[in-house]
Design a protein around this ligand. Structure first.
Ligand code: HEM
Length: 413
């Protein structure tokens, strides 16, 4: 720790994402942390926080830190192979998270399965489900956007995208809610164990779906695309497909739910920009960056773990220590974004790091933007006079993001 740092108030007195203050004004706390130092020790989480963009981008790009939860000093011990349940087999054995070389192989061979063409087909499959959600909603005077629409979108898009038949939907639903809890460092071991059980049940279903699909004709979904990848690529096997589907569930559920609610809230707060934001999928993609910047909803950032004792940005970091990358700290820095208080869906984002950067850039980025565009366009097509019914109450219980308890929308002006 440098002398300047020592003479300042402990950072936990200025920055606490689980505080009531953060829930209502994250910006001043984020700026305080950003200004503190490039790498800050955060006692309450026993973790380092990397605060500045060039360092975060370098870390994303060079991957000198591990993304594997089991490399964390406080993770449960990695079980020996003869005790693996399906969950460990999927996450450790063939993990997207564990081994850099294998991760790169998986990303390379599966890239065609995420091409624009496949995303177009998936979008066409999701569209009727989204329309049905709005049909079922009817034309109430007001409704909770989160309960009626947003909450259903991750499940619909992931099951449709992967190609999980509807008969399995009731059984697989729970895991889409709890999967990210299997490695969430901030919750109890009991809750993580329960989430692992849900995952094991879901893996059984996935293995059955894969077996059935092998005997069925090729379909326009991700599973068919992955079975083709498997047939054509040595080193990419059935368990890689399971792992990848779990990764999609893990990374695509909460993120989508948060993105849905903030996009609707931000646009309803700035009705003069709705038309520009929704004028095309590309315009919306940019607007979504602005929604994310303006909302500053992230609490934890992205976790990494030191693979060995190492020197990072002038500090000695011990093997197993957590390093949190927090790209959102810059979001109201006037040097980064001129006039940061202004919400502007046409703001320029360069570099655009909303979906990460480098080898672990979000696989689902194209799909996430498309499904948001689709749903939010449908909302304003059905209810062109939509307004916020009231200022929504914020929910402090979410570990990763600032979210709302409800988002009541009035359908008539
Ligand atoms: C608006 C919603 C989303 C946002 C803002 C988002 C953002 C991100 C970011 C920033 C990363 C990099 C994380 C890191 O460096 O640790 C990431 C990774 C990832 N995302 Fe997304 N994501 C979203 C939706 C989705 C969806 C819908 C899916 C899947 C259908 C998905 C699948 C993934 C996967 C699998 C990874 C890990 C990639 C890897 O490790 O190679 N994401 N996402």
């Amino acid at each position: 720790m440098g002398q300047a740092e020592q003479s300042q108030a402990p950072i936990e007195e200025l920055f606490n994402p689980h505080s009531e203050d953060y829930l209502h004004d994250p910006v001043s706390q984020c700026l305080a942390l950003l200004q503190r130092a490039p790498l800050v020790w955060y006692e309450p989480w026993q973790a380092w926080i990397m605060t500045r963009m060039p360092d975060i981008m370098d870390c994303w790009k060079r991957e000198y830190l591990s993304s594997d939860f089991y490399d964390w000093e406080f993770a449960p011990p990695r079980p020996p192979q003869d005790q693996w349940s399906n969950f460990e087999r999927a996450l450790i054995g063939h993990s997207l998270l564990a081994d850099h070389d294998h991760h790169r192989l998986v990303r390379r061979v599966t890239a065609p399965a995420f091409s624009r063409n496949v995303v177009d087909k998936i979008q066409r499959a999701i569209e009727p489900d989204v329309k049905k959600l709005f049909d079922d909603l009817g034309t109430p005077e007001e409704f909770d956007y989160i309960a009626e629409i947003a909450q259903h979108i991750p499940f619909i898009s992931i099951t449709r995208m992967v190609g999980i038949p509807e008969k399995y939907w009731p059984e697989i639903k729970q895991v889409i809610v709890t999967f990210t809890e299997t490695w969430n460092p901030t919750i109890s071991e009991e809750r993580r164990a329960a989430a692992r059980e849900d995952s094991n049940r879901a893996i059984d279903i996935l293995l059955q779906v894969i077996a059935e699909r092998r005997g069925a004709p090729q379909q326009d979904d991700f599973l068919s695309a992955l079975l083709k990848v498997e047939a054509e690529n040595e080193g990419f096997e059935e368990w890689d497909i399971v792992t990848l589907i779990l990764a999609l569930i893990g990374a695509g559920s909460d993120t989508t739910l948060v993105a849905q609610q903030w996009s609707v809230y931000a646009l309803l707060k700035h009705p003069d920009q709705i038309e520009t934001a929704l004028s095309s999928p590309d315009a919306f993609a940019n607007a979504f960056n602005e929604v994310s910047r303006w909302s500053t909803q992230s609490k934890m950032g992205f976790a990494r773990y030191a693979p060995q004792d190492m020197e990072i940005l002038g500090h000695s970091v011990r093997k197993g220590q957590m390093v949190l990358l927090m790209p959102h700290l810059k979001d109201y820095d006037p040097e980064y974004y001129p006039d940061p208080e202004r919400f502007d869906v046409q703001r320029t984002f360069n570099p655009d790091v909303q979906f990460g950067y480098g080898p672990r850039y979000c696989i689902g980025a194209a799909l996430a933007k498309r499904q948001l565009y689709l749903t939010i366009s449908e909302l304003f097509r059905r209810f062109p006079q939509a307004q916020l019914a009231s200022e929504p109450e914020r929910d402090g219980s979410d570990h990763n993001a600032v979210v709302f308890k409800q988002l009541m929308v009035k359908t008539r002006g």
